[in-house]
Ligand binder design. Structure first.
Ligand code: ATP
Ligand code: MG
Length: 405
């Protein structure tokens, strides 16, 4: 069955009162952006719902693209027919037949926008219901919990029928929640945290620290590849890579071993907060979850968070690893995340990092290094890449990749 349009229902945004217009406008923009590869279709974002006229574009591909767009509650692929009862009857019957399994129940649910149409909603429900009952053996009506639900909408420009409701991604349209940075490692957690931030409408810029020659080109490409996967949910993402070698080497040389990790993290966050401010973003997201590793105790978070007043947001803070992994698999980042290229944080990790670092000592030991100079040089070495959904960065590692997957 080839669909002629998709009727999209808004999620939470319908409750947002005066911001509603902005939300609808942003969602329209985001939907147009993901549907960019389909030049013939038309997107109309209206007050109550959004309509995508397919105009012969590949309906399945469009449906898949829409599933990733935040701000969509659900959507109904629909078939448009002329506004005459015969055409409507035929299409309704065809839809029921396609889904019919022995003993199934059905329901017709009609809405009428065109008040001049010859029949009212009750009459339409009855006519179509009778027609299906006479033509499909063994079927019966169940208005409460039907196996097959046919929606009929009589609008000014035609009658639209649908039988399938597809769950959307929920959340809020990306761009309505402001702009923030994300500290992206190559691990499992930070890509999931990125997804959660985007889901609340936040436009994300990625910050990734790398330490050549201790970290490989593959580790950097892996972070970029993860960004390319996440860009499917938000449109293009700016990927900011920050050289961290000098900072780490200096810390390793000057700071007592128990505080290596804490001071490294403080420097990371300082630099991330400075980049965030320069870019007029208003928060830093991380993939930290309480209790996962040494740096993720409350004391540790306090000792690290001390370097900035910028909001540090941790969408995964109270989630279990199993819950995080489940999301990572769903959003398509898990297989990349488990590729074993070393992150800059793991290479200088002491055998016994302090799980309960002391704030005063952290400040004192940080005084042993030239914080401002190191920060400045790291920021001077920044490179920015604009990453589009589907961009490929792992090609040169094809062999490694094939072996590992
Ligand atoms: P992840 O799975 O996200 O790597 P993790 O459980 O391995 O998290 P850590 O490695 O301690 O935990 O990192 C905690 C957080 O610090 C990460 O979620 C990420 O936000 C940030 N982070 C770690 N390494 C980097 C890096 N190289 N560049 C940018 N941010 C990083
Ligand atoms: Mg990690």
């Amino acid at each position: 069955m080839h669909y002629s349009e998709i009727m999209v229902r808004y999620g939470e945004l319908s409750t947002k009162g005066k911001n509603r217009k902005d939300f609808i406008k942003q969602l329209g923009k985001n939907v147009r952006a993901v549907l960019h590869p389909f030049p013939n279709l038309e997107v109309k974002a209206q007050r109550d719902r959004l309509h995508v006229s397919l105009n012969d574009e590949d309906d399945e591909a469009v449906i898949n693209a829409l599933k990733g767009v935040f701000g969509i509650e659900n959507f109904y692929p629909s078939i448009q027919v002329d506004k005459n009862m015969d055409a409507i009857k035929q299409t309704a019957l065809q839809m029921v037949r396609e889904q019919y399994r022995e003993g199934a129940t059905f329901k017709i649910n009609t809405r009428r926008q065109d008040k001049h149409f010859d029949y009212n909603t009750n009459q339409i429900n009855n006519i179509l219901g009778d027609y299906v009952l006479t033509n499909v053996d063994g079927i019966s009506v169940d208005v409460k919990h039907p196996d097959i639900a046919i929606r009929v909408e009589v609008r000014m420009n035609g009658a639209f029928l649908s039988s399938e409701k597809i769950q959307g991604a929920g959340g809020l349209p990306v761009g309505t929640g402001g702009r923030a940075t994300m500290m992206l490692s190559g691990g499992i957690d930070s890509p999931v945290a990125t997804y959660q931030a985007m889901k609340r409408g936040v436009k994300i810029d990625m910050i990734h620290f790398y330490s050549p020659p201790y970290t490989s080109e593959q580790a950097l490409n892996k972070a970029k590849q993860l960004t390319s996967v996440l860009a499917k949910y938000s449109g293009n993402i700016q990927f900011i890579q920050v050289p961290f070698t000098e900072v780490q080497e200096t810390i390793k040389e000057k700071v007592p071993e128990g505080y290596l990790m804490t001071i490294q993290r403080r420097m990371m966050l300082r630099i991330a907060a400075a980049i965030t401010k320069n870019r007029h973003c208003t928060g830093v997201f991380t993939g930290e979850a309480l209790g996962q590793v040494a740096s993720q105790t409350l004391e540790s978070m306090m000792a690290i968070n001390d370097v900035t007043t910028m909001p540090v947001l941790r969408p995964l803070v109270s989630m279990d690893k199993t819950e995080i992994i489940k999301i990572a698999k769903n959003i398509g980042t898990y297989d990349l995340s488990i590729l074993p290229f070393e992150d800059c944080c793991t290479i200088f990790t002491p055998p016994a990092p302090k799980t309960h670092p002391n704030l005063e000592k952290s400040r004192k030991f940080e005084g042993y290094i030239d914080v401002d100079g190191l920060m400045q040089r790291a920021m001077d070495g920044i490179k920015i890449t604009d990453i589009k959904p589907g961009d490929e960065f792992m090609n040169q590692n094809e062999d490694v990749f094939a072996e590992l997957l």
